[in-house]
Design a protein around this ligand. Structure first.
Ligand SMILES: Nc1ncnc2c1ncn2[C@@H]1O[C@H](COP(=O)(O)OP(=O)(O)OP(=O)(O)O)[C@@H](O)[C@H]1O
Length: 796
């Protein structure tokens, strides 16, 4: 900490001193500190001045492009004469249209470019940067100074006044303190000696605070960032990215990057910055449409959709797994999250569900599809005028007529080709049938005109004319057949799926999976009944899609380059294997907290080991985030004790009130307590989420509060928007979200008693940033017994 006196070794202590010196104008160190602030303000003013000049230039370019576009359009209208009487004339017209289009598209590109640039400059003008680094590169004569901000800004070629936070050099800001720091450049590792790290808080062009630090990102800055109130939208964390998060953001080597992080450890935040980083790093080669994020629910999508635009990037494709599967099965009603959550499965159903979720089952489906290369493929007739046109037997014969080495894709392609050929061959013979003859005879004039189209109507004989029209009619009538072939309508995916389920006892060891033949048979019968009713359970959906893709020869979306999956603990190994199959050329970033597995529960532990078998270990990287940034120390301590043998969680030193537990005797007393707490939170301007276990419990509470005149919004479905003010939300929709204050509603023994609900309770409580209140009636859930009594306050 040169220039600030002293060799105090504790980094946090040093930061505090520096902050104090800069702010405290009566202190002896003032003159230097204050002059630093003045110098920095002068530099800032200079940069902002240049940003304004650049803005004017961008605006001029925009105006120019708009003017040019107008002029091109005018010219085009005045000059264009359509010459269609000769071939040359037509060519000339086409060329001139094309030329104009090219000119227009050039202007549009230049307009777009200037508009994007202006938007960036407008952002930069208010707060051009947040950090300064002075460093010395070995072999270079001088120490260099760089400033880091949301985007790069240069006033002339290669003269950068601000470096983008994603530029290789910016990494040294996040990765280390003072002294030797190594960062990755496109040419390999580069080491520099960092002399100074200075952080700024700038608002509207004015430096509010400036402090030097010898840490990666000073605690003070982070503390300030974290003390802000929650919002219905997540914000970017570029100014305070932590070292471990930076590792995640900048990883470009791993095929599988697995991030295990405690609740609130910034997994989601880091991953959104990672998307922004990748879009910057691979600019021109990667676009936002080649990145997909699977998120836990639609509410969460809504919550995070501002982060990338704030960073000047477009949002990636965002979807829940449910939407992804549902989109492909529009005619089937898939079991919803809410249904799945409220379902109480029997032991036998649980065992079956477990098997269907496993990699073993994925491999079994693969084995079954391999078997289909030899036999057992089920086909449907393609009918025409009520009779089989291509019978299923015929299709079967074609399908199995190919060489042994044909795989399913070759077979289906070959079969389609053959069927289309045969269809074409049948046109002539069909023209001689009675229905065609009748159809030709009963053609109206308009219909005939339509059939002739632009073609000449001179025929040598009536017979020829008849032939012509008959062919046209037959081709038109065969169109649905052609479509049925192209669209694989001759496959019978439903029957095939049931056939597969029936065949499973021959492929997997049911006994080992703890499933009796009778229970398995019952589950197959249920699947048949569901299908007849047009519904499907979540556990059947993915095997169904995988089977379909295999037999239809689909091998996934090859264009997708990066797949992000948040809340990975709620996915089954089967689903993950399917996603890997569906995005064969993508790199995967998986984020999860094995402590928060609320759907898959105990399965989550095996998830990691199953995952490791799916990816090359050489290209797999596991990063652990243990520090929780969301909650105060008190809340983090409380929540982590709900877990038994939970993954490591450490609190970030930020103080707040102890969580409160209230256990009134009656429901009405509990409601009184709830209303009191909501009023306290409202008065403190803290947004409150009341989290109930199930939707129906939330509905009941909502009605009670309505009657009592309390203003609340009930979030019932994932398609709703998060509202400001007090909300009531069922637990499974609160995933991934955070609120200033959380009230856990009805945490009584009657409601939460099963060991399997521990993770759910942890997830609910860990949504709180500053205030946590637990309300139960009659008797508190025994799941809180593991929390030491000095970590909460009893308010009865
Ligand atoms: N480096 C950071 N600087 C500032 N804020 C941060 C940082 N890292 C995380 N946060 C904040 O901490 C909170 C929790 O982060 P986030 O939601 O990403 O955690 P998570 O690991 O996805 O949590 P969960 O698994 O519980 O959903 C957010 O408000 C986020 O902005």
């Amino acid at each position: 900490m040169q220039g600030f006196g002293g060799t105090v070794s504790n980094a946090f202590f040093q930061v505090s001193i520096v902050v104090k010196w800069i702010i405290d104008f009566t202190n002896g160190g003032v003159i230097m500190a204050a002059s630093i602030k003045q110098q920095e303000q002068a530099h800032l003013d200079n940069v902002i001045g240049k940003i304004k000049v650049a803005q004017t230039k961008s605006q001029e370019r925009i105006d120019q492009a708009e003017q040019d576009e107008g002029a091109i359009r005018d010219n085009f209208q005045n000059d264009l004469r359509l010459k269609t009487d000769s071939y040359e004339g037509m060519m000339e017209t086409a060329l001139s249209v094309r030329q104009q289009q090219q000119l227009l598209s050039e202007r549009q590109n230049s307009w777009q470019h200037a508009t994007d640039q202006l938007a960036t400059l407008q952002k930069l003008e208010k707060s051009p940067y947040f950090a300064r680094i002075d460093f010395h590169e070995t072999g270079e004569p001088k120490t260099e100074t760089i400033y880091i901000g949301l985007a790069s800004f240069s006033d002339r070629p290669d003269h950068f006044l601000v470096y983008d936070w994603r530029a290789p050099i910016s990494s040294i800001y996040y990765d280390g303190g003072l002294g030797e720091v190594t960062y990755l450049t496109p040419d390999g590792d580069q080491t520099v000696n960092v002399k100074l790290k200075r952080q700024f808080q700038i608002e509207d062009g004015q430096i509010k605070t400036v402090f030097d630090t010898d840490e990666a990102v000073g605690d003070q800055m982070l503390l300030d960032a974290l003390s802000e109130q929650s919002d219905t939208k997540m914000r970017s964390i570029v100014t305070t990215i932590q070292k471990e998060q930076n590792q995640i953001i900048r990883d470009t080597k791993s095929d599988l990057l697995f991030v295990q992080g405690a609740a609130g450890s910034g997994k989601t935040a880091a991953v959104l910055q990672r998307v922004a980083y990748l879009l910057y790093r691979y600019r021109g080669r990667l676009n936002a449409g080649q990145v997909i994020l699977f998120s836990p629910n639609q509410l969460f999508n809504d919550y995070i959709d501002q982060v990338l635009p704030e960073l000047g990037e477009q949002n990636m494709v965002q979807m829940t797994y449910y939407q992804y599967a549902g989109r492909r099965l529009p005619k089937i009603q898939i079991e919803t999250l809410s249904q799945r959550f409220s379902e109480d499965y029997s032991q036998a159903q649980q065992a079956i569900d477990r098997l269907k979720s496993s990699l073993t089952f994925f491999n079994a489906v693969t084995a079954y599809t391999n078997h289909l290369e030899k036999e057992d493929m089920i086909f449907r007739n393609i009918n025409f005028r009520g009779k089989p046109f291509f019978s299923k037997e015929k299709i079967h014969d074609i399908y199995y007529s190919f060489n042994d080495n044909y795989n399913l894709k070759n077979r289906i392609d070959g079969t389609k080709e053959q069927l289309i050929k045969q269809l074409n061959r049948r046109v002539s013979s069909e023209t001689r049938t009675k229905w065609v003859e009748e159809a030709v005879q009963s053609l109206s004039k308009e219909e005939m005109d339509r059939l002739f189209g632009d073609e000449p109507r001179e025929f040598d004989s009536e017979e020829k004319e008849f032939q012509f029209l008959a062919r046209k009619i037959v081709i038109r009538a065969f169109q649905p057949i052609r479509q049925a072939v192209v669209r694989n309508r001759f496959l019978s995916i439903n029957s095939q799926f049931i056939h597969m389920l029936k065949a499973m006892p021959l492929i997997v060891d049911l006994q080992q999976a703890g499933i009796s033949p009778a229970d398995w048979q019952a589950s197959v019968d249920q699947a048949v009944a569901d299908m007849k009713a047009g519904t499907m359970t979540l556990s059947n959906v993915t095997p169904y899609l995988y089977l379909y893709d295999q037999i239809a020869g689909k091998h996934g979306e090859r264009d997708m380059r990066y797949v992000f999956i948040d809340e990975i603990q709620d996915y089954t190994p089967f689903q993950l294997a399917f996603l890997k199959f569906s995005f064969p050329r993508a790199r995967f970033t998986l984020l999860g907290d094995l402590n928060q597995a609320i759907f898959t529960k105990e399965n989550s532990k095996t998830l990691l080991s199953e995952l490791s078998t799916m990816f090359d270990p050489e290209k797999t990287r596991v990063v652990q985030l243990t520090q929780s940034y969301r909650s105060t120390q008190q809340i983090t301590d409380f929540t982590r004790h709900i877990l038994i043998n939970g993954e490591a969680v450490t609190a970030f030193a930020r103080n707040g009130d102890l969580p409160q537990i209230s256990v009134p005797k009656t429901v009405s007393a509990a409601v009184d307590r709830l209303i009191d707490q909501v009023e306290v939170n409202n008065a403190a301007k803290e947004t409150t989420a009341i989290i109930g276990k199930t939707l129906s419990q939330c509905r009941d509470l909502y009605e009670i509060l309505q009657k009592r005149g309390v203003a609340v919004t009930l979030i019932q479905s994932e398609n709703q928007r998060l509202a400001a003010g007090v909300i009531i939300v069922p637990s499974y929709l609160a995933k991934g979200l955070e609120f200033d204050a959380v009230v856990v509603w009805d945490a009584s023994a009657a409601n939460y008693h099963d060991e399997g609900e521990r993770q759910l309770l942890y997830t609910i409580c860990s949504r709180a940033m500053h205030q946590l209140t637990v309300i139960a009636t009659d008797e508190l859930s025994p799941l809180f017994d593991t929390v030491p009594t000095d970590e909460y306050e009893r308010v009865d």
